[in-house]
Design a protein around this ligand. Sequence first.
Ligand code: ZN
Length: 430
Amino acid sequence: MGFAELWDSLLPIGRDPATGGYRRYSFGDADAACRAWFSNRALERSLRLQTDRNGNLWAWWDVPGSTGPAGGSGGPPPRAGAAGGCAGSPPGADTAVVTGSHLDSVPDGGAYDGPLGVVSGFAAIDLLRERGFEPVRPVAVAAFTEEEGGRFGVACLGSRLLTGATDPAAARELRDGDGVTLAEAMAGAGLDAAGIGPDDELLGQVGAHVELHIEQGSALAGLGAAVGVAERIWPHGRWRLDFAGRADHAGTTRLADRRDPMLPYAATVLAARAAAAGGALATIGKVSAVPGAANAISSAVTAWLDARAPDEAVLAAVVGRIEAAARQAAAGHGVGLEVRRESFTPAVEFDPALRDRLAGALAARGIDAPVLPTGAGHDAGVLAARLPTAMLFVRNPTGVSHSPAEHAELADCEAGVAALAAVLQELAGR
Ligand SMILES: [Zn+2]
């Protein structure tokens, strides 16, 4: 099946007709439809479907006679030296080459962030089979749960649980905006959260992971290239700021008597912009006010800060400046402030030898693929702690992402599939 047909089969799921944006939140109705879509695409290709203990989906193209995971629990032991990247040295002969990304979205997200990598994975397998390619090691397409943190606030939750980067007990108690815990949400989707957590047996079956993703920037457009290879991911994190003031009447409370948390919050938004110097980025994109009445001073305001920088020292300095400004503003208005780091991802260097192998395989097929850094986090960045990982980017003409306006041209998506097929052939071939 060609890319366009596969793409169109996923496109309507979870799209808000009013905005054209996507609302695919983990374990909700749209997510269930996405999971069913994934299952059907796997089954119609005779790929073995697996839902792992963390709710991540896998479609395995098993290799006859391999000691692969077919048949349940008796997979091969974890590959020695998998951690940290015994670099692009070929993965152990019986370990799989995995591609894929995620199907969940941010609120009102675009169509491509995540799904492009999953759809391209299936399309690349179709292309390889059309060419009669027979892998000598298993190939899998994966879809990781809650990559965006759109429901439970922890980005890359599925891959973090899989690799042991997140504590399962704490994760079970994560709550969405309606107070529903992760455990409850998983139960609602027919999954048992009792089993979440690190899965070394599954990771031991994977020799390399290559995630294809739409570029979340416009560097490729500037370079005139349809696809690129990731160099590294900036360190980034999320911080929650709770400003505690005192609710009061908007019409009768003298200014001098107010303890209005909205004021230090507003100062913090401006401080975030001012602090993001030296090439860093700091954004407050989510806020909630309690009680949220138009004619009342709020009792509390909660804001979420997202910060990213080329290195961890710059990131720490930027967040430190923002926090200092927030504390000063809060104190000036008689407002309490609590700052809590909700998530943090250190800088990720993708496996240099694997990256070179990708670049070599693409160059050998005449595919021009520049190497780029990125400020966006990805499951591949989390998996990089345990496996050799790499990423391919597909050109985004405007660079817009996390928005209904996010777009990639069909020809570029097809170029991405061709590049991914070339990479899978290189890594899983003879
Ligand atoms: Zn993504």
